[in-house]
Write a protein of this length. Sequence first.
Length: 240
Amino acid sequence: MTEPIQTNHIRQLPDMEVAELYIYGASGHGKVVAEVALVSGHHVYGFIDDNQYSIDKHVLGLPVFGGFEWMSKRAQQTKLAVCLGIGDNHARQRVAQHCRELNIPLITLVHPSAIVSSSAFIGNGTVLMARVVVNADAEIGDGVILNTGVIVEHDCKIGDYAHLSPNSVMGGASSLGMMSWLGMGAAIIHCVSVGIGCVVGAGAVVIKDLPDTVVAMGVPARICHRAISSEESTKNDNIN
């Protein structure tokens, strides 16, 4: 995890006036990220997307440009900044790495309706959707998605490129490992840890620690099977 941004400075992006801001990913999740950027007062130039069938189309009235190669060429012509608009954790991590290789900054977005403690820390490229609550001394990694209505209580720790789905909840001092996914309406009770690369199903309640790379479902959550590894995801997924 790179050095986090203190949340009381999160909306101050001094270089944005001279950078073209793009959303990487033009699918459904990308549209929501774009709207967070727009409602936060940013000028969005358009979308970057690797799906050849999306190129030259418009999403939310904004143009869809090419993918990584287009971004590489554009970065040689002008200053860019990118918001991560990809829901899949592994694909989002790969795009973030591409951006770092090109020295393209990843922008952290916070919806105006989100409530974030001044003592919380938010990593680069993380997006907080509408009505998110992040309480005191919580630590959020790079490239994390806190989707609509998520609650992250005091002293929680969330690893890089994790995804918290709408209305999921983390109790005080709980943790969610990097690349893990907390499903819609799922909860981790206080002081409980979920490992790296886990999937917690929708509506599940985690009441005891989960090891790395497992899928857990139910109330209380029980381990069902092994989760897909990063290597397997890389073989099977496109970048979006």
